[in-house]
Design a protein around this ligand. Structure first.
Ligand code: SAM
Length: 371
């Protein structure tokens, strides 16, 4: 297979985490031993591009929900002097079939897996080899059930370095009940509907932190250029624009399905109403990578605390650091966070101060002003 240098994306300071896991290694070794290089290969949820890099000679197509995963794959291929462009397909689209070998890193969210498997059916044949891979401790029963109910009979490998492979045989005759493409709810505190694609944070109900955050929105400053950072289904920005119709909000998330849901929810909330439609932009991107310095008056953020199965504060710290660059002087960053997280210290270190706006037994709302 050769030797490769692999890094994660986004790259954070002092990142000690590897860009691959034992499930990637197991999958790569298994493919090298058992399948020759012929045929079209589809990679699903290749989190840091390890598969797209090591299996580059098979010219794979990469399908997934994370723009950071695509950044990582492209970065790692470049780093290893692989010139061929990588074809990537966001989760909101379906790749053009058919495929001979499909390698699936089992995602944390079973709803995403179900949606992917249901759509995979039209891209494969009974000759297609379909292999799922994951760390044993993360492989939920619901993932096995999803393969059985949406693809066909399943068998599993022995565990190697605590990783396992899952082999699914496509049954073209299987009676399949496709999972719902979206889940919709209307929370009484909001008064408008939220329609969410698979993999969107708080897909089935409003997040408690977001709910608490919005109780304080009447205290937000009047702002023209606003960013809903890590927008998920867009709930924070849409609620703000309900209160401040003059604001222009940029909705940003690294998940394709999140940004598509935010766009859809913004349309649902405002397009049919008699009020004028507040200005909105929708961007799939890592953090504020595409935003100019000193361009925003207000940033709202309910920060992420994990990337797939990895929990940590580096992601939030990177978002706060970027916010400082993108805020104008006098601009404000407001966040909601679990009260056990040491974000006040991080924000004080970055901005020189931090004000607690409100708190309850679980959450704190924090504000900083760029000076
Ligand atoms: N704002 C929504 C809410 O309050 O319900 C979602 C908040 S959720 C805790 C955090 C969001 O940040 C997720 O939608 C996740 O996809 C997004 N996210 C994680 N890492 C990100 C990154 N590097 N850049 C942009 N968005 C990111």
């Amino acid at each position: 297979m050769g030797q490769f240098t692999l890094l994660r994306a986004p790259q954070v300071a002092n990142d000690k985490l590897r860009a691959w896991d034992a499930a990637d290694e197991y999958l790569i070794n298994h493919v090298a031993e058992h399948y020759d290089a012929a045929g079209r290969v589809l990679l699903v949820n290749d989190t840091h591009g390890a598969l797209a890099t090591v299996l580059h000679a098979r010219n794979p197509v990469s399908w997934g929900d994370s723009v950071n995963a695509f950044h990582a794959a492209r970065g790692n291929r470049q780093r290893n002097l692989i010139d061929a462009p990588l074809t990537v397909v966001p989760s909101t689209d379906t790749p053009a079939g058919g495929f001979d070998l499909v390698l699936i890193k089992i995602p944390k969210t079973t709803a995403l897996l179900e949606d992917q498997l249901a759509r995979l059916r039209s891209l494969i044949s009974t000759d297609t080899i379909i292999i799922g891979a994951g760390m044993v401790k993360h492989m939920q029963k619901s993932a096995f059930a999803a393969f059985e109910q949406l693809i066909g009979p399943v068998s599993t490998s022995l565990a190697v370095k605590k990783a396992r492979l899952l082999f699914a045989q496509f049954d073209a005759e299987l009676k399949v009940k496709p999972p719902p493409a979206t889940v919709t709810y209307t929370d009484p505190d909001l008064g408008f509907a939220l329609e969410n694609l698979p993999n969107v944070f708080s897909r089935d109900r409003l997040d408690h932190g977001a709910r608490f955050f919005m109780t304080q929105f009447s205290r937000l400053p009047d702002a023209h250029e606003v960013i809903d950072l890590g927008c998920g289904n867009g709930v924070l920005g849409i609620y703000l624009q309900t209160l401040q119709a003059e604001s222009a909000v940029t909705y940003i998330d690294e998940s394709f399905s999140a940004v598509a849901s935010a766009r859809r929810n913004h349309q649902r909330r405002f397009d049919a109403s008699s009020e004028s439609v507040p200005q909105a932009r929708f961007v799939v991107e890592n953090a504020l990578d595409q935003q100019s310095d000193a361009s925003a008056d207000l940033i709202l953020c309910n920060p992420p605390f994990h990337q797939q199965h990895v929990v940590g504060q580096q992601l939030a710290t990177a978002l706060f650091t970027d916010s400082k660059r993108v805020l104008r002087n006098g601009g404000q960053l407001w966040i909601v966070a679990n009260r056990h997280l040491p974000y006040p210290q991080t924000l004080k270190w970055l901005f020189g101060h931090c004000t607690a706006i409100a708190g309850n037994d679980k959450f704190r709302i924090l504000k900083v002003v760029k000076r």
